[in-house]
Design a protein around this ligand. Structure first.
Ligand code: KOT
Length: 800
């Protein structure tokens, strides 16, 4: 889809483009322009270059009537856009040169951009990688989401404790989007049902307008471009003039308040559901506007609504958009006069559902009372879907009904409404079948399939690690960016001393850069030759940052007991946010910071141990830390991490993993080879067995002097001298409950960490293992994942 008529762009030409936008779009002259002004001008100049392929892609889809794929997600964790767009357009070098002519520095300008943080963690970042891969593969697609005014909160540490402040990305101009005030839909809530002329009519109590904001998503080499359409909310009536004139200002502004509230803020919960009315409204807001937009687009070029399933596929990113089923049925029945059964069948043919977690606290359930009051028509339709499913499957046990115990179970709803349900790693998919939906899986064999997650190599190698990307290109030639299996061609070069040296020199340079950044950001000096041991992800009990802290304390204690001993110097690097209401996770953050304070100020350590926890981990920080990592901590309780994607990014960038047999770790280990992966811990099955022993924690602690010491030190207040009892609750829980089996896996974790030390002491061996990690990561490209979705779920073909 490259536009051949486009004259080749020159450095001078692009310089003029930037100057043009600086003057006419930003309204600044070059002598008074700030970095912000330059960034806007550069962004507009780049955006201009996306418009051609974008139009061409849209036109090709219309002209050829390609099957369209719609990805519905409450979250898109995009990060910065500028550099990514420049790289995919192949214009980064030219842009940097043009800016140089103008006395500006590309890197400084790129750094000025705020992250688009419309997501919490893995699920949202996956959606962003998938959008980029769909564009790269020429899969005609649209992402639909919510244009939150405030993305994920900013994290600060106050006396070591997490404090949240609102994120404010839209306080600056957002140059990548196009507002589409003409594309808008009324979304209705509440009210009641009426029978009129034999038809059921929903008389809403509240309405709000969803209005579209489009961001083009350009794929590798600008060959194809899709649209990310985010919905903003506007009031249906500006205000009630009559009420206003009567002086009832609050009531007069009610429609405006509702609109502002709906898209005001992203719920900051990762792998838990909020259960709040506003969240249900947000989910319906996204779903309703998107489904209406999808039908509108379909009907612009087709007149038979019953053929819908031949032309579109809709993917639900977990259950958050699972009202898509009832909403589609509602529109087909109430507006297009189809019989319910036919509407149900068409909807099922169109929908796919991705499950991202087994954690019970994440599985969405809405009380029938709330569902019936916010969405009375949908509640009726959900009851009908449930009844139809039971009728078709009379042997269905009551325990798997969609509506049961006065709650609507969104997982069951999504399963029943989808023609394919997928897990996100091989292990997770097996557990979806055997633990989450065993009865539904039996009723619908073959519906559950696996698509292992992936990450885009354009952002997670080319952009984040230009040094390594250049080395890869020098070694195996160009083209690996869109054909990541080619990294395998690195394997023979690993035997070459020169290659290994170059590989480790890149790592060393990345570490030096990260060390400098940590000094500036945290005021702590670290040695770039120490091992950088990295655990970056949301803070959650199941991810077991606590086990990592325990091991850090044990190491500190060892050095204290034997100050002249030989220890492999380590920098323990943590990054991640806790949900604001998740007290236990916040306590873990506090402990990490308290331990850091003691360790980093202990003269006995002599640089052999440091703990760094920079606040506000986000996509941009990931791009900095991941290329600098030696060791990747993937230590969740087996069976709890659906896939993980940080594990893939770190391996791709040449970090070795220490990890459990959980999520995609299993597949990573298969590919890099067992000898290149530091495995420890119980399997998912052993975890279940272990929990049956009610004394598991006590027995594990009694069996380990090191662990006993760690807990004793924490309990004594060695890391909280001003409040010695601060962690009594934490220590008590470690002894007495420990659901995530930190204590039971601790000793084996220590054993694996000792193996890590031994490997690090042999730099040549380490270099081989690290390079092999990069070479074997081809499978984990999100291009491979998207091909899997296209073939096995969407039935979609590439337009390229
Ligand atoms: C959040 C709320 C409800 C249901 C699921 C989630 C969820 C799951 N949020 N993030 N995840 C993660 O998704 C990633 C992408 O598939 C996985 O790699 C990761 O293991 C999940 O925890």
């Amino acid at each position: 889809m490259t536009n051949e008529k486009e004259p080749t762009l020159t450095r001078e030409g692009f310089r003029d483009d930037i100057l043009h936008h600086l003057k006419y779009t930003v309204g600044k002259d070059r002598h008074h322009a700030s970095v912000y002004d330059w960034r806007l001008a550069l962004s507009y100049a780049l955006r201009d270059r996306i418009v051609e392929p974008w139009f061409a892609s849209t036109k090709a889809t219309w002209d050829n009537d390609y099957k369209r794929v719609y990805y519905l997600s409450m979250e898109y964790l995009i990060g910065r856009i500028l550099e990514d767009a420049a790289i995919n357009l192949g214009l980064k070098g030219l842009a940097a040169a043009a800016l140089l002519d103008l006395g500006q520095d590309f890197d400084v300008i790129a750094l000025d951009e705020p992250d688009a943080a419309l997501g919490n963690g893995g699920l949202g970042r996956l959606a962003a990688c998938y959008m980029e891969s769909m564009a790269t593969l020429g899969c005609p697609g649209y992402g639909y989401g919510v244009r939150y005014e405030h993305g994920l909160f900013r994290q600060r540490f106050e006396m070591g404790q997490q404090a949240e402040t609102p994120e404010d990305w839209l306080s600056q101009r957002h140059p990548w989007e196009f507002e589409r005030p003409e594309s808008n839909y009324t979304v209705r809530f509440k009210g009641h049902m009426e029978e009129r002329h034999g038809k059921t009519v929903w008389v809403p109590g509240e309405t709000v307008i969803a209005t579209a904001y489009d961001t083009p998503i350009v794929g590798w080499e600008g060959r194809w471009s899709n649209t990310l359409r985010l919905w903003g909310a506007k009031p249906t009536t500006l205000f009630d003039l009559e009420r206003f004139n009567r002086g009832d200002y609050a009531a007069a502004a009610a429609p405006e308040t509702l609109a502002r509230t709906i898209t005001r803020v992203l719920y900051p919960d990762d792998t838990t559901y909020a259960g709040k009315e506003l969240r249900l409204k947000q989910e319906y807001f996204l779903t309703s506007a998107s489904i209406k937009d999808i039908l509108r687009r379909y009907l612009e070029s087709h007149d038979d609504i019953t053929e819908l399933d031949k032309h579109i596929a809709i993917q639900m990113n977990d259950t958050h958009p699972a009202l898509a089923g009832p909403e589609l049925i509602r529109l087909l029945v109430d507006r297009h006069d189809l019989p319910f059964e036919q509407a149900l069948e068409i909807s099922q043919n169109v929908l796919g559902y991705t499950n991202h977690t087994l954690l019970p606290e994440a599985l969405e359930r809405w009380s029938t009372w709330l569902m019936g009051s916010v969405l009375p028509r949908h509640m009726q339709i959900i009851e009908k879907i449930d009844a139809a499913h039971l009728k078709a499957n009379p042997a269905r046990p009551a325990s798997i009904g969609i509506v049961r115990n006065h709650e609507v179970h969104m997982g069951e709803l999504a399963f029943v409404m989808a023609n394919r349900v997928n897990g996100v790693s091989a292990l997770h998919t097996e557990l979806v079948k055997s633990q989450l939906f065993p009865a539904l899986d039996k009723l619908h064999p073959g519906r559950v399939i696996n698509v292992t997650n992936g990450v885009t190599p354009r952002r997670w190698l080319k952009l984040a690690n230009p040094g390594l990307a250049d080395l890869v290109t020098e070694t195996i030639g160009e083209g690996w960016e869109a054909d990541l299996d080619r990294l395998e061609e690195l394997v023979p070069h690993i035997e070459d001393n020169g290659f290994r040296e170059a590989f480790m020199a890149v790592k060393r340079a990345n570490k030096a850069e990260a060390a400098h950044w940590m000094k500036v950001k945290c005021g702590i000096e670290v040695d770039p030759d120490a091992m950088f041991d990295v655990q970056v992800k949301r803070i959650h009990e199941y991810k077991r940052q606590l086990m990592n802290v325990f091991e850090t304390i044990a190491q500190w204690h060892e050095i204290k007991k034997n100050p002249e001993g030989d220890f492999v110097p380590r920098v323990k690097i943590f990054g991640g946010k806790s949900a604001p209401g998740y007290a236990v996770a916040k306590e873990i953050i506090h402990l990490i910071n308290d331990v850091a304070e003691v360790v980093n100020n202990d003269p006995d350590m002599r640089g052999r141990l440091k703990v760094i926890y920079p606040p506000n981990y986000n996509v941009t920080m990931a791009e900095r830390l991941i290329p600098a990592a030696d060791l990747s901590e993937q230590i969740s309780t087996a069976g709890k991490e659906a896939s993980g994607t940080g594990n893939m990014k770190l391996s791709l960038n040449g970090a070795l993993s220490i990890g459990t047999l959980d999520g995609a770790n299993v597949e990573i280990r298969e590919r890099v080879g067992a000898e290149n992966f530091f495995l420890f811990g119980m399997t998912a099955q052993e975890v279940i067995e272990r929990r049956k022993n009610v004394n598991h924690a006590r027995e594990a602690i009694e069996a380990s002097q090191a662990l006993k010491d760690v807990l004793q030190l924490i309990a004594e207040g060695r890391f909280s001298p001003n409040q010695r009892d601060r962690y009594h609750g934490l220590v008590h829980r470690a002894w007495n409950s420990d659901y995530f089996l930190v204590t039971s896996d601790f000793t084996d974790y220590q054993r694996a960490q000792a193996e890590v030390d031994a490997a690090f002491l042999d730099p040549d061996r380490w270099a081989r293992m690290a390079a092999l990690n990069t070479a074997k990561m081809g499978f984990f490209s999100s291009d491979r994942s998207i091909r899997g979705y296209m073939e096995n779920i969407w039935g979609a073909r590439s337009a390229l």
